[in-house]
Design a protein around this ligand. Structure first.
Ligand code: FPP
Ligand code: ZN
Length: 477
């Protein structure tokens, strides 16, 4: 039995330090000291867990997630995809019919039949259709009402470039990420939709370097007691968090093709990559929590941040930031950064330790994956632990060669407005490919899972399938 490994402490004990030390002692029991100890991925148990939920239905403890039905389905279907398993045609059709029942008559998808449309379930429903659906009658893709979807998006748009997640609801970068993914997949991008959004995203970066859920208008207090609205400065609302950081960085990457179209093109927003990278690195649990990631300062490691935080390293690497030696390191020429960037090698994040955390601590022996032991497995942690495993195993980068292939195959459709934005967004989305010989699979090839598109949270194949359909493009493989 491994000895408990503990972080050094200052002997000032608090609730937080107690729970930290309790977590370390539990994790020490699960994660062997010997890095060569076997760490099998329990694929069959995970598949049985997923099949049970999909076919027999989710256990009654999931009733509180009644407004997250599209999420439960997306988490399940995408977990199958990461594990390399496709649904049979009958179950695909059942999934398609179920998803279409969540579509709102005025556009977008709700969390269940008859529920209000909301950006978060809209993302989950469209991604689930990307996996299970197909073109044609009854296939799901052509039954998405894209015109109403676009109107729904525009009805949520705020003058500062942000979006409400639903009518009369809050603004949150998760909603912006969800909207941008759907607009990318379904060919709904327009300069009008994206106007002001990069500046809003940039305003959510906190002093720590990560991103918070939103930002707020800034009022200056004047000597005479009055206040003036300064709309150029927007302080972030709340603390930096891994979930919001992933959504913000992925949104920022999706928005880059639109930067030159922004209204205030002479004053383009920037984010500070160096501070972001520093914060991401600090979210690694380090030696004691053995490779897991936490979601915010002074909180505990949790398997789902393997994707939300781990995925950010792939997103940054796509800008040439933090890629290991032997790659084209350093920011690409059009990366907008207000700080100097010093090259760092891949040791900034430990891919093997993250895999060790997922395989040794996050796998539940009865199938499914979890936050940490002794918690039970659930659909959300099953996907994001597997997606984290995927991002740790595979080097997926935008490849100039792939981009050139996609660009060469681009068919011009002059009847479409915003051709340049469509084309660039399509090329950026589909130029990601797995670097040959670049995978790092802990435990050998039996533990290998499929690569995940770092921006969309789908496989590369599903991303390409649905985008090719909506953009009316044929890309040779
Ligand atoms: C804190 O939970 C959690 C949040 C503040 C939000 C997390 C956001 C995400 C995971 C992103 C979701 C993304 C989409 C696209 C919907 P907590 O206090 O229980 O956890 P913590 O202690 O780890 O911070
Ligand atoms: Zn979690």
């Amino acid at each position: 039995m491994a000895q408990p490994r503990r972080s050094p402490d200052d002997h000032y004990f608090t609730d937080t330090s107690d729970i930290q030390s309790e977590t370390e002692s539990i994790l020490s029991k699960h994660i062997p000291l010997d890095p060569d100890a076997p760490h099998p991925l329990q694929k069959n148990q995970h598949l049985q867990f997923l099949v049970r939920n999909l076919i027999q239905g989710f256990p009654s403890r999931y009733t509180s997630q009644d407004a997250s039905q599209p999420w439960l389905l997306y988490w399940t279907l995408q977990s199958f995809s990461v594990l390399g398993v496709a649904l049979d045609p009958d179950n695909k059709q059942k999934a398609i019919n179920t998803i279409l029942a969540w579509q709102h008559p005025d556009g977008g998808f709700g969390g269940g039949p008859g529920q209000h449309a909301h950006l978060l379930p809209t993302y989950a429903a469209v991604c689930a259709l990307a996996i299970a659906g197909r073109p044609g009658p009854g296939g799901g893709w052509d039954q998405i009402d894209r015109e109403k979807m676009y109107k729904f998006f525009m009805s949520l748009k705020q003058p500062d470039g942000s979006f409400h997640v639903s009518h009369d609801a809050e603004v949150d970068v998760r909603g912006i990420y969800c909207l941008l993914v759907v607009a990318h997949l379904l060919d709904l991008l327009t300069p009008e939709l994206l106007d002001g959004t990069p500046a809003f995203i940039a305003s959510c970066q906190t002093y720590e370097g990560g991103f918070s859920c939103a930002s707020q208008p800034y009022f200056s207090a004047e000597a005479d007691g009055s206040t003036i609205l300064l709309d150029t400065i927007r302080p972030p609302l709340g603390e930096a968090h891994g979930g919001y950081t992933f959504c913000s960085l992925a949104s920022w990457i999706m928005l880059r093709p639109s930067l030159n179209l922004q209204e205030k093109a002479d004053h383009l927003p920037t984010i500070n990559y160096q501070r972001l990278m520093r914060w991401l690195v600090q979210m690694q649990g380090g030696e004691i929590e053995l490779g897991g990631f936490r979601g915010r300062t002074n909180k505990l490691v949790d398997g789902c941040y393997s994707w939300w935080v781990g995925g950010c390293f792939s997103l940054l690497a796509s800008l040439g930031i933090g890629r290991g030696h032997g790659h084209d390191a350093g920011p690409s020429t059009d990366a907008r950064d207000d700080g100097e960037w010093d090259d760092v090698d891949e040791s900034v994040w430990n891919r093997l330790s993250l895999q060790r955390y997922i395989l040794c601590a996050a796998q539940h022996p009865a199938g499914g994956l979890r936050d940490k032991p002794p918690k039970s497995a659930d659909a959300y942690h099953t996907l994001y632990c597997l997606a984290g495993l995927s991002t740790a195993q595979h080097n997926v980068y935008p490849s100039p060669a792939r981009r050139a292939d996609v660009a060469a195959a681009w068919q011009l459709h002059p009847e479409y407005p915003h051709e340049e934005l469509r084309k660039t967004s399509f090329l950026e989305a589909l130029s990601w490919s797995e670097e040959e010989g670049g995978s790092h699979v802990l435990g050998g090839s039996v533990n290998r899972v499929n690569a995940t598109h770092p921006v969309f949270g789908l496989t590369m194949t599903h991303t390409e399938g649905i985008m090719s359909h909506f953009y009316k493009q044929t890309i040779p493989r």
